[in-house]
Design a protein around this ligand. Structure first.
Ligand SMILES: Cc1ncc(COP(=O)(O)O)c(C=O)c1O
Length: 410
């Protein structure tokens, strides 16, 4: 084979060309409407300080307000004092603590499954469990609005093993799910994966109908409870409890970064399935385990949820107040039913202008544009916590109404 000449090399593009061509963020910063990566200077739950100003936080996933709870903070400190700041290795090797196993046992009991397995983030939980479960000739079926970490788990699976077929159905559309299942060829297993609560839309998966279809087509159900645990059901046990135990998934995943006031995640299911994932999930085997402070915090948050269902009830009352409030003013809240209340706007620029207006008046929310939502589906994602006061909630509603009218959104 001949050696390429220097002239051939001169036509090669530079790997960094795309970085130099990316100017959108710079333009938004220069225009003063860049909303992302804003540093929070201090955090007291429903109030935060940004750019030296106190603001009402209406854009956090700290649903039960436990991330600032004194008991949770102390539990994190106690764990650090006993085990140090890092596990310095993966679960597989030197990174398993007695504390990981205690948390796993308590989680399995809480969600009514045989076994649970913790990962270092919720994202890694989906990557690890999904890529471990999908094998050659298998089929994976997803709702079109499933979270990115679910899709990335499928991409990882398909990177490891090529013959995995992906099928997607229209959001929460059971007729479309049936159509998709009917077309799947007979060889290989089927895994249906869904969010219990959809992270941008704030609506709930139709679990009983999905379970019935899964049983009819001999498929397994994988439920991501990131925004459902601590949020739905009389005791915060999530989507299954919301539907009064009428249907159960085969495997459940959740993160600690939302109601559970920490960082990390877990999957729960039958002991055999969890043991399989434990030995085949690359993000578990090749990454350091959840650190002691995070386990201590999650354990205490789980304990508090078990003891204080009134927090879950308060959150559900707040969700209803905000859904009714925004809906009554003429905002489009779509199909939301949870403390995630999206204000659907559609146009990116209008969404950023509305975000800026709220920010300047002391209300922190999140603008969401494609690809996190479908094209032309820009929205303001507002989300609430059990620790919001009625005064704070009324201020959010009043300011949103004034600015929404001024910008012609309502
Ligand atoms: C539905 C869903 N699944 C998984 C994750 C990933 O969890 P984490 O942020 O804890 O890694 C998220 C977080 O945004 C999520 O919304």
């Amino acid at each position: 084979m001949s050696t390429p000449s220097p002239t051939m090399h001169s036509t090669r593009s530079d790997i960094f060309d795309k970085c130099n061509d990316f100017v959108e963020a710079e333009e938004a910063r220069a225009g003063g409407w860049y909303p992302y990566f804003r540093p929070i200077e201090s955090n007291r739950g429903s109030k935060v300080v940004i750019e030296g100003r106190e603001m009402i936080m209406a854009g956090s996933n700290n649903y039960l307000g436990l991330a600032f709870d004194e008991r949770v903070r102390e539990a994190a400190i106690r764990a650090v004092e006993k085990y140090g700041t890092s596990c310095s290795g993966s679960r597989f090797m030197n990174g398993t603590l007695a504390l990981h196993e205690e948390l796993e046992e308590k989680l399995a009991r809480f969600v009514g499954m045989e076994a649970a397995l913790t990962f270092t983030t919720g994202y890694q939980s989906n990557l690890g469990a999904i890529s471990a479960l999908l094998g050659r000739n298998d089929h994976v079926v997803t709702d079109k609005l499933d979270h990115a970490s679910i899709m990335d788990g499928i991409f990882l699976a398909r990177g490891i093993q090529k013959e995995i077929s992906l099928h997607r159905f229209k959001h929460n559309d059971m007729a479309d799910l049936r159509k998709v299942l009917e077309k799947i060829p007979p060889a290989g297993g089927i895994l249906i994966i869904l969010d219990g609560v959809f992270s941008m839309e704030g609506d709930i998966a139709l679990l009983p109908e999905i379970r019935a279809l899964a049983d009819e087509f001999k498929a397994r159900v994988y439920l991501d409870e990131a925004h459902a645990l601590g949020v739905l059901g009389a005791t915060g046990r999530g989507t299954v409890e919301h539907f009064n135990g009428r249907a159960k998934p085969d495997i459940m995943m959740c993160t600690f970064s939302k109601a559970l006031a920490s960082i990390g995640g877990f999957v729960a299911g039958s002991a055999r399935v969890i043991d399989y994932i434990r030995h085949f999930a690359r993000p578990l085997i090749f990454s350091a385990s959840m650190p002691p402070a995070a386990i201590g915090a999650a354990l205490e948050a789980l304990h508090i949820i078990g003891q204080e269902p009134q927090r879950v009830h308060r959150l559900q009352t707040i969700a209803k107040k905000m859904l009714d409030g925004f809906g009554g003013m003429g905002f489009d809240v779509g199909t939301a039913e949870t403390p995630i209340v999206p204000l659907h706007i559609g146009d990116n620029q209008k969404t950023f202008l509305f975000w800026k207006a709220l920010f300047e008046r002391g209300v922190y929310v999140n603008p969401v544009i494609a690809p996190a939502v479908p094209p032309n589906g820009a929205l303001i994602r507002t989300s609430y916590m059990a620790v919001h006061t009625d005064e704070e909630l009324d201020a959010i509603l009043n300011i949103s109404e004034e600015e929404g009218k001024r910008l012609g959104i309502i």
